[in-house]
Design a binder for this molecule. Structure first.
Ligand code: GLN
Length: 492
């Protein structure tokens, strides 16, 4: 049978369809792999063994009956613990939600179940998706399969690490400022942020609602596109969901991989992103990626996006501001933790004690930052200014996309860093998303594809496309992937 945990999702789907292997065997092989390595990787907060085997059996039975099944039926997937899963613990990496079992599935979780995907469990993350390393998870960090002394990125480090460690062929992440792409980059995997509104936020525990975007993590561009196609599309339960057909991301990826031809494709190099910012080894690997795309026929055009340098400060006003209202619902009354409810205290005291005990330091920092930025005397100076900057960044993208088809940059300024090296200065942690945040503020899709190593650690190549042109980033991403040697982490 070979080791099914090394297969891509596309290959697994084909082998399942050909009945060479059963969904139960595939699920069991991944559960065994989790049992063997997750003590060291800690990608999972919860492994749903029974649920996974039950779902796998249902797919096998459907196959025997001759039901028509999708290309990922029977393929396992890991889900970031920020998506609600009916009856399965969901914590968002926070103590305040410990023990909470949601009464419903997120839209994309039910879409995956309908497509026959087998959910293995819930993955670790920075608390409420705030962070770039999983060091802010209330349940301890995830370890990078490339080097267990280093961070796997964040906030979706668990999802990326589960895929890199062959615990799951596919995973779901969410990207508010880079939390799919940055973990993808530092674990040598593929991470895609779809167009904002292209994937439903219904059932996603909200951090910053105007930025949050769920998307796929995988080991290949094709696999990411296959999962993207399952989870994307209009959802009437999400008022910001786009009522338009999903671009043909799977077809575009296959076209890019099989022809490898990028004749006529214009790549925009963002002037403001070159030079300072990225480590020399990251810049070198990125340049090799650009050279590979040029060999495939792409043309490089330098473009200017003068407001990108204000993206990081604008994000750190907008995201914390939105989080203050989204996190107000965690009050000890509705969900999870309740502290001090001994009959002697007022409701306000119980709420305050619950929030004091339930939220970690980074979440508290964001709530304080956001409350300040929204306060009546400062609203115009901070939040209002940041929204204006957001408009200017969107205009930079619009102008750039009049000249080029996609924008490219390194995904992150640096490779995976050692634990503890950036927690003492929040700004150092925030810098991890220097190159990813502009796409969130604008709303367009962006993907990170591995492009070689620096100091023996993976580097990510980011491809940003116009809104609703998600297919374009898959085409260029697949072409890049086919031109570069694959990255394989050292054995665990
Ligand atoms: N690292 C960024 C932050 O801390 C982005 C997080 C995300 O995309 N969820 O806010």
């Amino acid at each position: 049978m070979g080791d099914v945990t090394r297969s891509t999702a596309a290959e697994l789907g084909r082998r399942l369809a050909a009945k060479e292997v059963s969904a139960v065997e595939v699920a069991q092989a991944h559960l065994d792999r989790i049992a063997a390595v997750d003590e060291r990787v800690h990608a999972f907060l919860h492994v749903d063994t029974d649920g996974a085997l039950r779902a796998a059996r249902a797919v096998d039975e459907a196959r025997v009956r001759g039901d028509e099944l999708g290309p990922l039926a029977g393929v396992p997937v890991a889900v970031k613990d920020v998506m609600t899963t009916r009856g399965v613990p969901t914590t968002a990496g926070s103590k305040i939600l410990e023990g909470w079992r949601p009464p419903y599935d997120a839209t994309l979780v039910s879409r995956m179940r309908d497509a026959g995907l087998v959910i293995l469990g819930k993955t670790n993350m920075d608390e409420f998706a705030m962070g770039s390393s999983t060091e802010y998870s209330a349940y301890g960090p995830t370890f990078n399969p490339w080097d267990l002394a280093r961070i796997p990125g964040g906030s979706g480090g668990g999802s990326a690490a589960s895929v890199a460690a062959y615990e799951a062929p596919l995973a779901i992440g969410t990207d508010t400022g880079g939390s799919i792409r940055q973990p993808g980059a530092v674990t040598g995997t593929v991470g895609a942020k779809p167009t904002y509104g292209g994937t439903s936020r219904y059932g996603l525990i909200a951090f910053s609602s105007s930025l949050d975007t769920p998307g796929p993590c995988a080991r290949t561009v094709e696999d990411a596109a296959l999962l993207h196609a399952v989870i994307a599309g209009h959802d009437p339960r999400d008022s910001t969901s786009i009522p338009a057909p999903v671009p043909d991301v799977v077809g575009a990826g296959r076209h890019g991989a099989t022809t490898g031809d990028l004749t006529g494709v214009k790549l925009g190099l963002v002037r403001e992103f070159s030079g300072e910012g990225a480590e020399p080894g990251v810049s070198a690997a990125f340049r090799e990626g650009v050279d590979a795309l040029v060999k495939l026929g792409a043309e490089v055009v330098e473009v200017s996006c003068p407001h990108f340098e204000y993206a990081l400060p604008a994000y750190y006003l907008i995201a914390p501001s939105e989080c203050t209202s989204n996190l107000a619902r965690f009050d000890g009354v509705r969900y999870g933790l309740r502290v001090g409810d001994d009959g002697s205290k007022s409701l306000e005291e119980v709420m305050s004690l619950t929030r004091e005990a339930g939220f970690g330091p980074e979440v508290k920092r964001r709530i304080i930052l956001g409350t300040y930025a929204l306060s009546s005397g400062y609203y115009d100076a901070y939040y209002g200014q940041a929204q204006k900057v957001r408009t200017l960044i969107s205009r930079d993208f619009a102008t750039a996309f009049e000249q080029v088809d996609v924008l490219v940059s390194p995904t992150t300024p640096f490779v995976a860093f050692p634990f503890g090296s950036r927690t003492s200065d929040p700004y150092q942690m925030y810098l991890a998303d220097l190159f990813t945040i502009p796409s969130n503020l604008y709303g367009g899709p962006a993907i990170s594809v591995p492009c070689g190593l620096s100091e023996g650690l993976p580097v990510g190549f980011q491809i940003m496309a116009p809104t609703m042109a998600d297919d374009r980033m898959y085409r260029v991403g697949a072409a890049l992937e086919s031109a570069l040697p694959p990255l394989t982490p050292p054995p665990l």
